[in-house]
Design a protein around this ligand. Structure first.
Ligand code: ADP
Ligand code: MG
Length: 628
């Protein structure tokens, strides 16, 4: 094309495309849900802008917020079109090729080590999945602020942009034309596309239409050539129903035949826009009527997590009162690749905010505290105002109430994973939780949760003083008595010896290392349980977690360990008085605060103990490794 400008793909983007083109990945279907998800994002954007600027939608067909899929069987082209926000020339250059996103290189890395291509959407490079099925792709786009442009690429390292002077004007939005590869012929079948939309894009909140062409039998009066029965044939929307209708039609024909013999059956082709999804918002439905399978599918589409795992838990509820909202929250089966990477720099909440069914934002910091950023879900509020800017919304007083309730519900939901997990009820005589049939399914779920998100709970204890006790209940760790399993503070307390006042713990790099510690000798002998804290974050955690259910925590390597009085204590103190005195003098006083007779050891003659408010040896080690 004479007016085409050529561009090279940014290097990482090129690698993404190479991976996709050369992929032996058999599930090529995923491209469709990626394109539909992009179309829905673009529609969400224009709808949001139209809240404060009605003009922006334009008029006529431009106001229809919908997605259309069309097939050209002869030319082997599949096109997907939306009336979303569209892209300017600059958007096309940046978004589809020259600017790599944070997930781009992460995706390349993941794929190198056998990652699942199915998760492409999570890395922000879903668009390029079109090259699983197409060898040439055109993106035609019209944004309100620019002319209509065409982006095109054969995935050969370059793309071209031209002002569009030959296609039909789109009005507004984007049309993506996939020139399908020879072996991708199945995507020219309407039944295949219908199936895919039902499978992967069921919860898209905009109507998805397919231009369907069908051959149907219609009955026409024998003497008339033209049929007037188009409407009847247009009603059938699945092949099963079609057959039924055909049967009905035949019966009808027999009856009619007696009365009116002058009719005949002809084949007729009709085409029409067929609606593929039913645009129901799952969160508006009664939770009792939503099946587990529906929640799972909804989670997949919301989180762009199309692995085959179920979410670990969900919570669907309606808040009433001063602030009304509906919400569905999910605990994902796995932590995303970058959960703790930029924990302190970003506040990327994964909740989508809707106001009266209109999508507002998925980057709304004020809904959940940082430590709960691993949750996925959405909030739809009727109380928040619709026609104000995002910044104004961010300040709205209702948000505090929403946040508070969301935290409570989230922590309840996590607690329930533990309560329903049969593995969790070992140890004390918990009252028999009502056993449901899917016990096996719930088995080990909390350990799984803890493995993926335990650190978030610890960060919560550090950051959220209000919910500290609730969060501490969710804490799991190993101990001298946990037998290689995870145990909880409640279980620890239930095993405490009569007269034991403190909860004992020790910090270090691993359980193996800690088990050999001289600090444990005496405690083990006396049958006290000691918690092992082996994560660097645990040192910080224990600076905030002072007590639990009226029991104080005691680091056994620190000053202040009290293990019931021994009758010999006084005697020993007396007889070693001189030695301790000498020793204290012999050690430089800025290195050692005190020398004492202790009853904390059994075999080891002496040990260095940290002062009550000082850093533990483990903390010293952590701090040192951080300054290096
Ligand atoms: P993601 O959707 O995660 O951002 P994609 O690779 O799917 O990543 O899409 C890249 C970008 O291209 C999008 O962020 C968006 O800016 C743009 N884009 C893709 N499809 C459309 C579309 N139908 N309408 C408008 N913009 C689009
Ligand atoms: Mg996308």
């Amino acid at each position: 094309r004479s007016n085409a400008e050529k561009f090279q793909f940014q290097a990482e983007v090129s690698r993404v495309m190479d991976i996709i083109i050369n992929s032996l990945y058999s599930n090529k279907d995923i491209f469709l849900r990626e394109l539909i998800s992009n179309a829905a994002d673009a529609l969400d954007k224009i709808r949001f802008l139209s809240l404060t600027d009605k003009e922006i939608l334009g008029e006529g067909d431009n106001t229809k917020l919908e997605i259309q899929i069309k097939l050209d069987k002869e030319k082997k082209i599949l096109s997907i079109r939306d009336r979303g926000i569209g892209m300017t020339k600059e958007d096309l250059i940046k978004n589809l090729g020259t600017i790599a996103k944070s997930g781009t290189s992460a995706f390349v890395e993941k794929m190198k080590t056998g990652g699942d291509l199915n998760l492409i959407g999570q890395f922000g490079v879903g668009f390029y999945s079109v090259y699983l099925v197409a060898d040439y792709v055109e993106v035609i786009s019209k944004h309100n602020d620019d002319k209509q442009y065409v982006w095109e690429s054969k995935a050969d390292g370059a793309f071209a942009i031209s002002e569009d002077t030959w296609n039909e004007p789109l009005g507004r939005g984007t049309e993506i034309k996939l020139h399908l590869r020879e072996e991708a012929g199945e995507y020219l079948e309407e039944s295949k596309l219908t199936e895919l939309v039902k499978k992967y894009s069921e919860f898209i909140n905009f109507p998805i239409y397919l231009w369907s062409t069908k051959e149907v039998d219609v009955e026409v009066p024998a003497d008339e050539e033209e049929s007037s029965d188009e409407e009847e044939s247009a009603e059938s929307n699945s092949s099963e129903e079609e057959e039924e209708e055909e049967e009905d039609a035949e019966k009808g024909e027999d009856e009619d035949a007696e009365k009116k013999p002058k009719t005949k059956k002809v084949k007729e082709t009709t085409s029409e826009w067929e609606l593929l999804n039913d645009v129901k918002a799952i969160w508006l439905r009664n939770p009792k009527e939503v099946t587990d399978d529906e929640y799972t599918k909804f989670y997949h589409s919301l989180a762009k997590d199309f692995g085959d795992e179920k979410p670990l838990a969900w919570s669907h509820f309606t808040a009433e009162g001063d602030v009304e909202f509906k919400t569905v929250l999910f605990v994902p089966p796995k932590a995303p690749h970058d959960l703790y990477e930029s924990y302190y720099n970003t506040n990327k909440s994964n909740l989508k905010l809707y106001v009266r069914r209109v999508f507002i934002s998925d980057e709304f910091d004020e809904l959940l505290p940082k430590y709960l950023n691993f949750l996925k879900g959405l909030v739809d509020s009727d109380t928040l105002p619709l026609n104000v800017s995002r910044e104004m919304l961010q300040q709205h007083s209702s948000l505090k109430t929403i946040k508070k309730k969301l935290i409570r519900k989230a922590l309840d939901m996590i607690r329930r994973i533990a309560e329903e997990d049969p593995d969790e009820s070992h140890g004390e005589d918990k009252k028999e939780v009502e056993k449901s049939g899917d016990d096996d399914e719930k088995k080990g779920q909390y350990a799984k949760f803890w493995n993926e998100f335990g650190k978030s709970i610890k960060l919560g204890i550090i950051e959220d003083a209000t919910n500290r006790n609730r969060l501490a209940k969710l804490l799991r760790f190993e101990s001298t008595k946990s037998d290689g399993k995870l145990t909880s503070l409640d279980q620890y307390i239930s095993r405490m010896k009569p007269g034991q006042k403190d909860i004992f713990y020790i910090t270090g790099t691993s359980r193996e290392q800690l088990e050999k510690s001289p600090f444990l000798e005496r405690l083990k002998k006396k049958n006290y349980e000691v918690i092992f804290f082996t994560d660097p974050v645990d040192e910080y955690l224990m600076q905030y977690l002072m007590d639990y259910e009226d029991q104080k925590f005691q680091n056994v390597s620190k000053e202040g360990l009290k293990l019931g009085k021994d009758s010999k204590d006084k005697e020993l103190k007396e007889s070693f008085k001189e030695l301790t005195k000498w020793w204290k003098g012999a050690l430089a006083s800025d290195n050692v605060d005190d020398v004492k007779i202790s009853n904390r050891l059994a075999d080891t003659p002496c040990v260095v103990v940290t002062s009550k408010y000082g850093w533990s040896a483990n903390m010293e080690r952590i701090m040192q490794s951080q300054t290096l």
